[in-house]
Design a protein around this ligand. Structure first.
Ligand SMILES: [Mg+2]
Ligand SMILES: [Zn+2]
Length: 195
């Protein structure tokens, strides 16, 4: 892929970022999308980023809901927020459903979902961000080599499972969307330089 066609991405965790953190969500009806999610995603896209959800959904491995139910939730989330794509990890090493019970390369803090996204989209990782509400999101973003924003809209920063050093801590996705630099200017400058 030609470098000039690349765009940065904002990788988004799902629960606590686009939707209310409420344990294992088992169906679209139980997915409570934040009222500002759609508008925030639009703003991020207008600023020149792909919006790509990467979410751990070990409830599939644990037998709490099926992969098909998860795909229905994904369709609903895409329809409501217009994110570009959703990548999910259904696995867990301590699961109950054999097919999904394993140590995988995709469960955050591992980086498999970033790599999958990079195979599907031409992503400028050097100007990309990971936005999440838990330590694993921040560690995953750091391992993938992107900037990280920790949000307080999910688990809250008081109860983090591990000490993290995100590049920024913000209240919610609305604030992050306002803060993100305009990547279209960056692209225009690059084009201008080339001419
Ligand atoms: Mg979360
Ligand atoms: Zn996985």
């Amino acid at each position: 892929m030609d470098a000039k066609a690349k765009k940065p991405a904002v990788f988004l965790d799902r629960d606590g970022v686009l939707t209310e953190e409420n344990g294992y969500i088992t169906s679209p009806e139980k997915l409570k999308i934040f009222p500002y999610a759609e508008e925030s995603v639009r703003k991020i896209r207008q600023k020149g980023y792909y919006t790509i959800v990467i979410t751990n959904q070990s409830g599939v491995a644990r037998g709490l809901f099926t992969e098909k139910a998860l795909q229905e939730m994904n369709e609903y989330l895409m329809k409501q927020t217009h994110v570009d794509a959703i990548f999910y990890c259904p696995h867990h090493p301590g699961g109950k459903v054999e097919k999904y019970t394993k140590e995988c390369a995709c469960r955050k803090p591992r980086t498999g979902m970033f790599e999958a996204a990079c195979r599907e989209f031409a992503i400028d990782m050097s100007n990309s961000y990971m936005i999440g509400d838990r330590a694993g999101d921040i560690f995953a973003g750091q391992s993938a080599g992107v900037r990280t924003i920790l949000l307080e809209s999910g688990y809250g920063t008081g109860g983090l499972e591990a000490e993290v050093t995100p590049d920024n801590i913000m209240q919610d996705l609305r604030e992050a969307a306002m803060y993100l630099p305009d990547a279209t200017e960056h692209l225009q400058n690059k084009t201008a330089e080339r001419i």
